[in-house]
Design a protein around this ligand. Structure first.
Ligand code: BGC
Length: 241
């Protein structure tokens, strides 16, 4: 069935209707810059305008860039801190709300690189922050926050997110060095059988993956930056009986 998927990020809010059986967008996505400050009311207005743009009255799935438990936001590292404690599911009129990387990871496990993969698979999204989705034999361990692992005394996402590359104007090679250092740490901790790189940078994998050497295979997400929208929609799709 078709479900509207909306992906809230630190820099943009993107939405599109999704065929949840095929894992594909059915219309061109709409992207609106994340309001500044990114407070709940302002973000809810953007979400409402995306719903209106598509004339949507069916189910809606929404990702959020922080820990979300039962629709309630617990952390907000890259959006306004006033989100903490907000019942986002209520704010968004009963939508299904989940962590952005978890959504992207589930889409990638269902329709992309992780399809049919057993063992430990780690999907890491590089954008404003670093998001993580950990799978063991295809099952998601929700709300892992591996972007906040410490590397050289700092949150990994403050050294190696895609935003850091842009802010510091790092070459792809220099940035890849930071990403590799982080991935080596993650590899040591979890011994994954596959690492999938998602987020906006996955479109540019050719520029940085050749500079990364790891024992674990590292591949770009098949669904590129649409994984969040697709995963959000799938999370909100009623279960087939
Ligand atoms: C947040 C995560 C989120 C990631 C990517 C991190 O700062 O803590 O929850 O998945 O950014 O948006």
């Amino acid at each position: 069935m078709d479900v509207l998927g909306i992906d809230i990020g630190g820099s943009g809010i993107k939405g599109a209707p999704v065929d949840t059986g095929a894992g594909k967008l059915t219309e061109e996505r709409l992207r609106i810059p994340t309001p500044r400050p990114s407070k709940p009311g302002e973000v809810a207005d953007v979400v409402a305008s995306i719903v209106k743009h598509f004339g949507w009255s069916g189910p809606v799935g929404i990702t959020f860039p922080g820990v979300v438990v039962d629709g309630v936001v617990l952390t907000a590292a890259n959006v306004d801190h006033s989100w903490e404690g907000v019942d986002a599911a209520v704010l968004f009129g009963g939508a299904t709300v989940l962590n952005d990387a978890d959504a992207a990871g589930m889409a990638e496990m269902t329709f992309g690189q992780g399809r049919g993969r057993q063992g430990t698979v780690l999907v890491l999204t590089f954008g404003t922050g670093i998001g993580s989705a950990l799978f063991t034999d295809g099952r998601l361990v929700r709300n892992t926050e591996f972007g906040h692992l410490q590397v050289r005394g700092k949150d990994a996402e403050h050294r190696a997110s895609a935003k850091v590359r842009e802010d510091l104007d790092l070459s792809w090679k220099a940035w890849a060095g930071r990403v590799e250092e982080y991935l080596r740490y993650v590899e040591m901790l979890f011994t994954p059988s596959l690492i999938v790189i998602g987020g906006g940078v996955s479109k540019k994998a050719g520029k940085f993956l050749p500079h990364i050497t790891l024992d674990t295979p590292v591949v770009p997400a098949d669904l590129r930056n649409e994984a969040g929208i697709i995963g959000a929609a799938c999370a909100a799709a009623p279960l087939r009986s």
